[in-house]
Design a protein around this ligand. Structure first.
Ligand SMILES: Nc1ncnc2c1ncn2[C@@H]1O[C@H](COP(=O)(O)OP(=O)(O)O)[C@@H](O)[C@H]1O
Ligand SMILES: [Mg+2]
Length: 377
C-alpha cells in the first residue's frame, strides 16, 4: 500500500488475553508506523472503557523496545476516555471525547482490532465496527463468531469435509437432567478433552484420563459456558499454519508447538520459560502440503477474511490430521507464531500488516451499496 492511512489500533479488552493483546498491538502499531501510516492507539480497559493513548506515550513505545520477555514490550491502556462515532467522511470513524462528543481527537480510515478472545475475536467488536460503517481488519461478524464457538466451528468444518476430532457436545440442562451423564460421552476414547464452547487461552479446558474426573472437568467447563464439548484426545504433534487473504487466501509455511505434559495449557502458553515454537516444522513435504491445503479450506468453511491461524493435531502413528481450531485474531507479537510462519514464507511482518489493511479496504469497497448489515466477510 502507498500513502498515509489513518489507522486505529484497538487493543486490550476484557478477556484473559488482555496483556497479550497489548503486546500484539505494539507490534502491529510499529509495523504500521514503519509503513508510513498514521497510528492512533485505542486501548480498551478490562471493564470496556475506551482510552486514546496520548501521542508522546505512543511515540515512546513505538521507538523503544522494552527489554525482557515479549509480553513486557506492550502498549499501555492509558489516556483520556474516548468514544467512537460515525466520522465526517464516508467510511471514516471519529474518536471523540467521552464526556464531550463535539470534541474530536482523531478521524480514522480503518480500524485494526488486535483483540484476542471473547468480545474482540467473537464478532462483538466486528458488529460495532460494521454499525459505524468503518473498514476494519480481519474476519467479519460471522467468521469471527463461528471461529470462537467450537461447536459451530466443527459443524462448519465438517460440512466442508475438513477433518475434526470425534466429539460430542451438550448444554448444561441436558447434562444435569441425564440419569447417567457418562452415557453422553460413550464412543469416545480416552484421554478426553473437555472444553467450554466459547473461550480461549486453554481456560476452562481439562484433559481427562480416568473415569472419575469427567464430572469435575465438565463442571469446570460450565463455569465458562453453558455449552460444553467433549473431544477424543489425539496423541501427537501440534502444528499451526497462517492464512492470509480474501477470496483467494494463501497458506504459510507450517510451524510446530512443542508442548510438555500432554497439552498446551494456560501456564505454558503465557508463562513458559522456553520458546516452544519450531518454524518450519520438520515434516514430510506431503504432510506440509496437506496442512496448507486444509488451512485454506478451513478458512473458507468459516467464511474467513483477512487472517486466521489454523491449528492442527497430527497423529504420526496413524497419519491422521485434524483441524483443532481456527483463531481469527491470533497472537501478533514479533515472537508469535502467525508473523513467524509468514516471515518464514518470505512475507515480513510489516508486509503482512500492510496486506491486512489493504484487504480491509477491499472488503469495504466491495460492499453492496448501503452496506452489508451482516458483514459476513
Ligand atoms: N482433541 C485433542 N487432543 C489432544 N490435545 C488437545 C485436544 N484438544 C485440545 N488439546 C490441547 O489443548 C490445547 C487447547 O485447546 P484448544 O481447543 O486449542 O483451546 P483454546 O481455544 O483455548 O486454545 C491445545 O493446544 C492442545 O494442546
Ligand atoms: Mg488453541
Amino acid at each position: 500500500m502507498t500513502g498515509t492511512t489513518r489507522i486505529g489500533v484497538l487493543f486490550g479488552g476484557p478477556s484473559a488475553e488482555h496483556e497479550v493483546s497489548c503486546a500484539s498491538a505494539l507490534g502491529v502499531a510499529r509495523a504500521l508506523a514503519e509503513r508510513g501510516h498514521h497510528v492512533v492507539a485505542l486501548g480498551l480497559t478490562r471493564t470496556g472503557g475506551l482510552r486514546m493513548v496520548p501521542e508522546p506515550v505512543l511515540t515512546r513505545h513505538l521507538t523503544t523496545v522494552a527489554a525482557g520477555r515479549a509480553i513486557d514490550d506492550r502498549l499501555p491502556v492509558t489516556g483520556p476516555a474516548v468514544e467512537l462515532r460515525r466520522g465526517a467522511g464516508t467510511g471514516t470513524v471519529a474518536v471523540t471525547a467521552a464526556d464531550a462528543p463535539a470534541t474530536r481527537h482523531a478521524e480514522l480510515d480503518v480500524v485494526f482490532p488486535v483483540l484476542h478472545g471473547p468480545y474482540g475475536e467473537d464478532g462483538v467488536v466486528q458488529g460495532l465496527l460494521e454499525s459505524l460503517g468503518v473498514p476494519y481488519v480481519g474476519c467479519g461478524i460471522l467468521a469471527s463468531a463461528v471461529g470462537m464457538d467450537k461447536v459451530a466451528m466443527k459443524r462448519a468444518l465438517r460440512a466442508e469435509g475438513v477433518p475434526t476430532t470425534p466429539h460430542v457436545w451438550f448444554d448444561e440442562p441436558t447434562w444435569r437432567a441425564a440419569e447417567n451423564p457418562e452415557k453422553l460421552v460413550v464412543g469416545l476414547r480416552r484421554p478426553l478433552f473437555v472444553k467450554p464452547a466459547r473461550m480461549g487461552s486453554s481456560i476452562g479446558i481439562s484433559r481427562v484420563t480416568g473415569d472419575d474426573d469427567l464430572a469435575a472437568a465438565v463442571e469446570e467447563a460450565f463455569r465458562h459456558d453453558q455449552v460444553v464439548l467433549v473431544e477424543q484426545g489425539v496423541t501427537g504433534r501440534e502444528l499451526e499454519c497462517g492464512v492470509l487473504g480474501g477470496w483467494r487466501p494463501e497458506a504459510s509455511t507450517v510451524g510446530e508447538v512443542r508442548v510438555a505434559g500432554g497439552w498446551f495449557d494456560y501456564r505454558q502458553k503465557y508463562f513458559g520459560d522456553t520458546d516452544p515454537m519450531i518454524v518450519p516444522a520438520p515434516l514430510p513435504d506431503e504432510v506440509t502440503a496437506r496442512i496448507r491445503e486444509l488451512s485454506v479450506r478451513a478458512f473458507a468453511a468459516i467464511g474467513g477474511w483477512g487472517l486466521a491461524r489454523v491449528d492442527f493435531l497430527y497423529d504420526e502413528s496413524t497419519g491422521e490430521l485434524f483441524v483443532n481450531e481456527l483463531n481469527t485474531l491470533p497472537g501478533f507479537t514479533a515472537h508469535s507464531m502467525y508473523p513467524k510462519v509468514w516471515a518464514a514464507s518470505g512475507v515480513a511482518y510489516p508486509e503482512v500488516v500492510d496486506r491486512l489493511v489493504a484487504l480491509a479496504l477491499d472488503r469495504h469497497a466491495a460492499r453492496p451499496s448501503g452496506g452489508h448489515p451482516g458483514g459476513a466477510r
